[in-house]
Design a protein around this ligand. Structure first.
Ligand SMILES: *[C@@H]1O[C@H](CO)[C@@H](O)[C@H](O)[C@H]1NC(C)=O
Ligand SMILES: *[C@@H]1O[C@H](CO)[C@@H](O)[C@H](O)[C@H]1NC(C)=O
Ligand SMILES: *[C@@H]1O[C@H](CO)[C@@H](O)[C@H](O)[C@H]1NC(C)=O
Ligand SMILES: *[C@@H]1O[C@H](CO)[C@@H](O)[C@H](O)[C@H]1NC(C)=O
Ligand SMILES: *[C@@H]1O[C@H](CO)[C@@H](O)[C@H](O)[C@H]1NC(C)=O
Ligand SMILES: *[C@@H]1O[C@H](CO)[C@@H](O)[C@H](O)[C@H]1NC(C)=O
Length: 466
């Protein structure tokens, strides 16, 4: 249908258009003003709980807010939907740069700027943004925000990111991230760090303690846990391990800013971002461990990578490097141990601790020794990773997206992963499962270690033995 306008109508229309443009303009101005006044940054600072050992430092003189410490503070970017997780000096690229681990709204076309702080002097550079492809179709994805370093500022202590459009705003309220990894070290306080991403509604205490104690038997001396929430008893266990210097809990409050999906795909549970924002957490863990740990393992608390020919990861990794070369990442094949099956009823003398732990909530991995038959070919999502973090740039849930050398598959006769969890309907019959008692070769040491922790955290009565 076409409409021929008569001159008076045209005039009216023009007037209407002008008024509309004017109203829109005012609204836009108000909006800009509003977003200036209501800096989302302030809200964010308030909502975040800095972990022990970190502090928010207000510098009135310089007019900046500096977040110190190692917590992954989420920070909003004025004029953009981007969220910043953490910042690191990236020594390995030529030239060097600052890498900001970020979460971006994928459809947003925004030009970002970095404000780098070198001895309290600010330098500006134009950021480039690389959104990782493993967003699984969710509207938000993990991103590398890269800040080139001006010649006069090669090792900035802090960085803030703003949208280029927000250039003329009052910058006094900018929030800066501490740039971590200032030094490229080659001696590390930890041999192995395990990264547990996004612990949510967690109550599985027995399995958590068993995993943490097993990991220590394997050679792990650091565990970074991205925590959303857990039961009070779980918190007691986390506090215990934090006090011992083993566990580092990173408060993961992403759900205060985005609707996090609880599943891996939008059609399973729609939301803004894949599975509780697990992927940015894992990338943060890779970078925060880069110069602290010789190796980094990316897995969940219900997953254990067990060597088959030696006892520990400390012995395993030299073997793997001998076979596949140094500076590699290694993939370990997943094996499901469904907790629905406990076969045969284990005699108590074979599995000490069984009766003793009966009242502790959670699964007992020592009683689930039957695995589902493995698929003939390892699938995309059926493995987890241990890597030299310094040879890797981008990680994802299963594996590595960008690294200096390709990752090597570890033969299942050398090491493989034991994934003990509720499987729901699999259609499998008990007779189809395969016995694998590898875990039992640790059971003596494991049982006494687990019982000791449960007693110290008052989850077992004091005098309880066996
Ligand atoms: C705050 O900033 C001023 C000026 O840039 C600087 O001299 C001072 O050391 C800073 N104070 C703190 C506590 O960082
Ligand atoms: C790291 O491994 C080496 C060799 O296995 C061992 O001597 C050292 O004690 C370990 N370091 C820590 C912090 O456990
Ligand atoms: C939390 O976990 C419990 C069981 O451990 C479950 O009953 C409950 O529905 C879960 N809640 C949420 C919000 O996921
Ligand atoms: C974790 O948070 C969810 C959503 O807020 C809540 O429903 C659940 O009860 C919490 N879980 C625990 C163990 O506190
Ligand atoms: C858990 O701990 C919090 C804070 O210490 C307390 O307010 C709450 O009542 C506790 N919940 C339960 C179920 O004990
Ligand atoms: C488990 O709890 C029950 C009821 O409180 C108690 O009688 C029993 O002694 C407890 N068992 C162990 C091994 O702690």
């Amino acid at each position: 249908m076409s409409l021929v306008l008569q001159p008076p109508a045209l005039k009216k229309l023009r007037l209407l258009t002008y008024s509309l443009v004017f109203i829109l303009g005012v609204a836009l101005l108000l909006q800009t003003f509003r977003s200036d006044r209501m800096l989302p940054l302030q809200v964010l600072t308030y909502a975040l709980q800095p972990s022990v050992g970190s502090a928010v430092v207000q510098n009135q003189t310089a007019g900046t807010t500096v977040l110190k410490g190692q917590s992954a503070h989420l920070i909003g970017v004025g004029g953009s939907k981007a969220l910043l997780v953490s910042a690191f000096l990236e020594h390995r690229t030529k030239p060097k740069k600052v890498l900001v681990v970020a979460i971006m709204f994928r459809q947003e076309k925004v030009s970002l700027q970095c404000r780098l702080l070198c001895s309290e002097r600010r330098h500006v550079s134009r950021a480039s943004v690389d959104i990782h492809w493993d967003h699984f179709g969710f509207p938000y994805g993990t991103a590398d925000v890269s800040c080139p370093l001006p010649p006069a500022c090669q090792a900035p202590s802090h960085v803030a990111v703003t949208s280029a459009a927000a250039r003329n705003r009052d910058k006094a309220d900018l929030e800066f991230l501490e740039v971590q990894n200032q030094k490229e070290l080659n001696v590390f306080p930890y041999n192995f760090t395990s990264c547990f991403s996004t612990m949510y509604n967690y109550t599985n205490i027995l399995q958590l303690v068993q995993t943490v104690e097993m990991l220590q038997l394997l050679g792990v001396n650091r565990i970074v846990i991205y925590k959303m929430n857990c039961s009070n008893e779980t918190q007691r266990v986390l506090d215990y391990y934090t006090d011992k210097g083993l566990v580092e809990v990173v408060p993961w409050s992403l759900s205060e800013y985005l609707k996090v999906s609880r599943r891996a795909k939008p059609d399973q549970d729609p939301g803004d971002i894949h599975y509780f924002g697990q992927i940015p957490a894992l990338n943060d863990c890779l970078y925060r461990s880069m110069y602290r740990s010789k190796y980094v393992a990316l897995h969940d608390p219900d997953e254990l990578i067990l060597p088959q020919t030696v006892d520990s990861w400390s012995e395993l990794l030299p073997l793997l490097e001998k076979r596949h070369g140094a500076d590699r990442c290694f993939y370990f094949e997943n094996n499901w141990f469904p907790t629905e099956f406990t076969l045969p009823p284990p005699p108590p003398n074979v599995l000490p601790g069984l009766g003793l732990w009966r009242n502790v909530s959670g699964a007992n991995v020592l009683t689930h020794l039957y695995s589902e038959p493995v698929k003939p070919k390892p699938a995309f999502n059926n493995f987890k990773t241990i890597t030299n973090p310094r040879s890797v740039f981008v990680v994802t849930v299963h594996g590595v997206l960008r690294s200096q050398k390709s990752c090597a598959w570890v033969d299942r006769t050398v090491a493989r992963m034991y994934h003990t969890k509720v499987r729901g309907q699999t259609g499998l019959k008990a007779q189809q499962l395969i016995y694998d008692g590898r875990l039992l070769s640790y059971s003596g040491r494991l049982t006494s270690a687990v019982s000791a922790v449960l007693r110290e955290t008052r989850l077992l009565p004091d005098g309880a033995r066996r």
